[in-house]
Ligand binder design. Structure first.
Ligand SMILES: [Cu+2]
Length: 665
């Protein structure tokens, strides 16, 4: 047999990576079901408030010194679409049902997917992308450091990885919604992802080569959601409830995006008989006659996609397996001369992926400390693959799409004129987690916890004129020194170590984009009314003995903790115990935060918008209103400090036509 492992054969074969003993012990305990037994015995509640001693947390030496703003920020390449005659598809065209034929070379099915694409008969794909995941060749992240060898990425879909080499951040996927004014329009998409990751021990000792890709937060079926679980570990039987989500080296996985907004299924087609279990295989595919492409108010714009396998997400994202997925539409067109006239993509609409890394001074390589279950904090900002880069800008308006990749750091971002840090420099917030607000809101700072996105409009011409700035820092003022929580305090402005990017303002150029001050509404993309919830559930996010829990239980990939009913609104109460911060992410549904710490969120706040991450600081609580629509199946709810997620802070919930009313799932 070849060097790669057959995943069905044993647990040991699943993970060729020798990871840290602490993580393995934790995962083995989870796999052995120890967690459930301990819950039954009440041991989780007795757990210590902190499982990692402070000395251990602080024991890492700092990264090597690097000069700020030496390297230029990269623009992330865009993934090209491909014809079906491309080698990526020619021998096995994408189909609704997965290709479970056994590949003699790997002894595995050609495709990792277990489920058929839900509702695919309503919109057969018309646009095709491919990408191949693999190791990134040695790459320069700063001129003062040696080339880095621990990153994984994906290429632009070319057949030959030696010619079309993997990059990180992953290529930007750009798609469009089907035009909601034209029932016959169809822009449905397939992204075929090949796993060409190395089969030996991973570089740097971290990373898992069995992967699943979540597009955060596309409204898609469980087959395409990139869920974290695969209890079957590649078994060849097809069962709609297997949660078979992984694809292994040598396999591919077809992800299907129908490019409709939420609300495209006719509620009258929901099953009315509670005795008939609604599964992905027996849902009735019938379009909503009132809105066959869904509800325009459910439009998303800035999404990102990332690896999400249970017990390995933090290492795999840290290793580079994350990128942007942008969706344009009839109004947010990507062209500043049409629609809302937001700055044109790609020249003046810039996706910016921010993360913080640690470079081990003894190896010179980017590494992650997985022994600390509280999280991982780096001491260098890595922005589109460069440490503390500079970026030349024209003297005009830009749309910056900011993503905090995590794994653990909460950010509070502001613009600083290094020549005069006392100035408060305004910009415009236009979206929260990829959802346009009702209109642009002016601000001088924005909070961004792990996995959150914000689109901002920065008018470099106005800032240069008003404040005399020639350069401008995007600066993180949030103080976050212990991985499990931010302090909530702000550092003074103008500290160079806190600078994420230095913008260098150049000459004025033509600008046809709208002045955000004159945009009074993003209608018809607008906020739907907040529905009256029919069910209330409470979720306590807290420590458990040796890990992190939701309501005292760690994740169990064989257990669906509660069931939502399609179309029925729910109120979720999130409580944080102890002194921890948790960014809480629900797949598949955009929700509304109606109250924070008992206080109603005002309609004038950016936090009034639709979100998929609830950014809770230590001791906070929130009320979150969510309504599942269209798809049935199983999805995760989890903390997006991905180290917490890997150590158990996740659950699976289901959506069907019956639902339950468990108050504390
Ligand atoms: Cu957490």
């Amino acid at each position: 047999m070849d060097s790669r492992e057959t995943p069905q054969s044993s647990n040991a074969a699943e993970d060729p990576a020798p990871s840290t003993p602490a993580l393995d012990a934790r995962r083995n305990a989870l796999k052995a079901g120890v967690g459930t037994a301990l819950v039954a015995g009440g041991q989780w509640e007795a757990g210590a408030q902190s499982v990692a001693p402070v000395a251990q947390r602080l024991s890492r030496p700092p990264s090597p010194a690097t000069r700020p703003f030496v390297d230029r920020m990269s623009i992330i390449p865009q993934l090209p679409s491909r014809p079906l005659t491309d080698p990526a598809f020619a021998s096995t065209p994408p189909s609704k049902w997965p290709n479970r034929t056994i590949n003699p070379a790997t002894k595995l099915p050609y495709e990792g997917r277990g489920d058929p694409h839900q509702f695919r008969e309503l919109a057969e794909p018309t646009v095709f992308f491919a990408m191949r995941y693999g190791a990134v060749p040695p790459v320069n992240i700063h001129s003062d450091l040696n080339p880095q060898t621990n990153f994984w990425g994906a290429n632009l879909g070319g057949h030959d990885l030696a010619l079309d080499r993997p990059v990180t951040p992953l290529p930007t996927i750009v798609t469009r919604y089907s035009d909601h004014r034209n029932p016959l329009d169809n822009k449905a998409v397939i992204v075929r992802r090949f796993n060409n990751l190395p089969t030996g021990a991973p570089s740097g000792g971290f990373g898992k080569n069995s992967i699943t890709v979540h597009t955060h937060n596309f409204h898609g079926g469980p087959d395409t959601d990139g869920g974290p679980c695969d209890p079957s570990l590649g078994a060849s039987s097809i069962d709609p409830w297997t949660q078979g989500r992984f694809f292994f080296p040598g396999q591919y996985y077809d992800y299907y995006y129908n490019m409709k907004r939420a609300g495209f299924i006719d509620p009258a087609s929901h099953s009315k008989n509670p005795l008939i279990k609604t599964t992905p295989s027996n849902v009735i595919p019938r379009l909503n006659p009132a809105m066959p492409h869904g509800d325009v108010r459910e439009t998303l714009g800035t999404l990102w996609y990332h690896e999400h396998r249970e017990g390995g997400t933090s290492a795999n994202i840290y290793k580079g397996l994350a990128g942007f997925h942008l969706i344009f539409n009839e109004y947010d067109t990507g062209d500043e001369t049409t629609g809302f006239r937001l700055p044109s993509y790609p020249k003046y609409d810039i996706p910016i992926l921010i993360t913080d890394i640690w470079v081990n001074p003894s190896t010179g390589q980017t590494e992650i400390d997985l022994s600390n279950i509280d999280g991982h904090l780096g001491d260098k900002y890595l922005v589109n693959g460069k440490i503390q880069p500079h970026f030349p800008v024209d003297k005009r308006r830009y749309r910056l799409r900011l993503l905090n990749k995590g794994p653990s750091r909460y950010q509070t971002l502001a613009l600083t004129n290094p020549a005069n840090p006392s100035q408060n420099i305004p910009f415009w917030i236009i979206s929260s987690d990829g959802n346009l607000l009702t209109k642009p809101i002016q601000a001088t700072s924005v909070r961004l916890c792990p996995a959150q996105r914000v689109d901002v409009i920065v008018d470099f011409a106005a800032i240069a004129a008003t404040f005399g700035a020639q350069t401008l820092w995007l600066e993180n003022r949030g103080i976050h020194t212990e991985p499990e929580k931010p302090t909530g305090d702000l550092a003074p402005k103008g500290i160079v170590a806190n600078a994420v990017i230095e913008f260098r303002i150049g000459a004025p150029v033509a600008d046809a984009s709208a002045n955000p001050a004159t945009i009074t509404s993003f209608a018809p993309i607008s906020l739907p009314p907040i529905p009256t919830p029919a069910v209330t559930r409470t979720f306590d996010w807290k420590t458990a003995d040796g890990g992190w829990s939701v309501n005292g239980e760690v994740v169990d990939c064989l257990k669906v903790r509660f069931w939502m009913k399609r179309g029925r609104p729910e109120r979720w109460i999130y409580n944080l115990g102890g002194g921890w911060g948790h960014p809480l992410h629900m797949h598949f549904v955009e929700g509304r935060i109606t109250r924070r710490n008992g206080v109603a969120v005002p309609a004038t706040s950016p936090a009034f918008g639709r979100v998929d991450v609830v950014d809770l600081y230590p001791g906070e609580s929130a009320e979150f209103i969510v309504t599942p629509t269209d798809y049935v199946g199983v999805y995760p709810l989890h903390c997006h400090n991905s180290v917490h997620e890997d150590y158990g802070m996740m659950l699976l919930f289901g959506v069907d036509d019956v639902g339950d009313t468990k108050a504390q799932p």
